[in-house]
Each structure stands twice: as structure tokens, then as C-alpha cells.
Design a protein around this ligand. Sequence first.
Ligand SMILES: [Zn+2]
Length: 204
Amino acid sequence: MKQKLKIYLQCRKCHEIMVYPHINERSIKRERCLNCNKFSTLIIWPSKEIIDILNYLYSSNQSLNQFKYISITFLCSVSEALLENLLSLMIWQGLAPKHKAFNIIDSLFDGYQGRNKLLSLYNKLGYGKFKEHLKIISREKYFDDWRKLVEVRNKIVHGKLYIIDYPKYNINVRFIKRLIVETLEVFSGLNNYLLSKHLDRNIF
Ligand SMILES: [Zn+2]
């Protein structure tokens, strides 16, 4: 049997993201939320399309280098997009009562592209530091693993990844699969942590 990723669903009412082990992904409509305990629309997180592609990469047994490179590049894009989503939420909550919040968020992201700049923005927003938050959700190791993944992605897209780099970056299918799982765990965990400690579940 092929390995599959856990299904994460986000509640429309309380916005918590949780794993729902017994739900068939095609039958998601309304369920009782495991967090707020209300009947709510639960939506596949981050999206059905992303989960389908990640599942395809995760369940494949291919060990071709090209396949690894595609997996790394896609996972980097997903992780940066998930970080952007979190940042949008954090900024939106600070600006929501005022007008033009979307314009401000868009302009901010124009100046903060890529993992390092997005992380520096995260740390400036006043909710705490990214690394500290990883520690709170018990995922400190993800910081360096993710950095490594992005370094490899940058080498791949610039045509500068050589066989000699493989041991240094630990480029193997196991590492990539582990990071696919951890990326979902980290960003759902950060969403839930921020909602429980810093953000207002009613401002969305
Ligand atoms: Zn809920």
C-alpha cells in the first residue's frame, strides 16, 4: 500500500488546522470541529491541489535525481507560501479595522521575498521570533533542515548542485519525505499556536 500524508482540515469557524484521521478527503463537507466542537465547514489545508501534489511526491518510490530536485523545488515553494499565508494573517490582524490592508500586505511582500526576508519580517511583527515559536511547538530542528532545503533549491535552479554536495545536504528521498511531513506539521502548528496566543479567531 502506498504511503499517504495525513489529512489536515481547517475549520471555517475557529480557523484551527487539525489532522482528521478518519475522514475521506472526497467526502468533506460539514463535520464537528475537533477544536471548537461546532458543526462547521472543514476545508482541506493548505489546499486540495497542494496536498494532491505533495501526496504524489510523498508516495512515489522514485529515486531519480530529477525527481528529488522537483520535490525539493516544489516543497520550497510550498513552505514559503505557507509562511506568507501566516504573515498575511498576522499583518491583517493588525490592520483589519483600517482600510487598504490588502494593498499594504501586497506592497510589503514585494520587498520581502524568499525565506530569509520573510523570516525577518516575521520577527519584526511583534508576535515573537520564528525560532522561538518553533521551539514552543517542539519543532526547532525544522529551522536548519528548511535552510538546507532552500540552499539546495537555490543550487538546483542556478545549475550549481554537484554530486559532491549530496552528503553535505543529506539529499535523499527519506530526508525529502520527512520534510514534506514536517512542513505541514510546522505551519499548521504555528497557525494554531498564533491563534491560541496572539491572534483573534474572529478577525479573518
Ligand atoms: Zn472550529
